[in-house]
Ligand binder design. Structure first.
Ligand SMILES: C[C@H](O)[C@H](O)[C@H]1CNC2=NC(N)=NC(=O)C2=N1
Length: 104
């Protein structure tokens, strides 16, 4: 069964528990700075968590800056509980790899 879109209030409540994440252009997004040497391990752990969840972030890497964006295709690109659950995991993984969140 497809995940249903979260309401604005549900997204606000989720974001209160996800300090690294913002709602940007309809996606849940976060940005981390990670040492170059930590990038491969960070990406491997991130990809493993995504595969386990069956849910995947759009990942952009520019030198030491890693951008993550999440939405749910099955819900027409809306943010769902699958995104907030994965976001929480990805923040933990980033912290485990020395990632510093850009909360700007
Ligand atoms: C069949 C497979 O589980 C789906 O295509 C998954 C894969 N990863 C996904 N990732 C994201 N971000 N949204 C999805 O709806 C999604 N669907």
């Amino acid at each position: 069964m497809p995940a249903s879109p979260l309401t604005d209030a549900e997204i606000d409540r989720a974001l209160a528990e996800l300090p690294d994440w913002r709602l940007r252009d309809g996606d849940l997004t976060a940005a981390f700075t990670v040492d170059r040497g930590a990038l491969p391990g960070f990406y491997a752990a991130l990809a493993a968590a995504e595969d386990e969840a069956g849910h995947h972030a759009r990942v952009t890497v520019t030198y030491t800056a890693v951008g993550l964006a999440l939405n749910t295709h099955d819900a027409g690109g809306a943010v769902t509980a699958k995104d907030t659950a994965l976001a929480e995991q990805l923040s933990r993984i980033a912290a485990d790899h020395g990632g510093r969140a850009d909360r700007g």
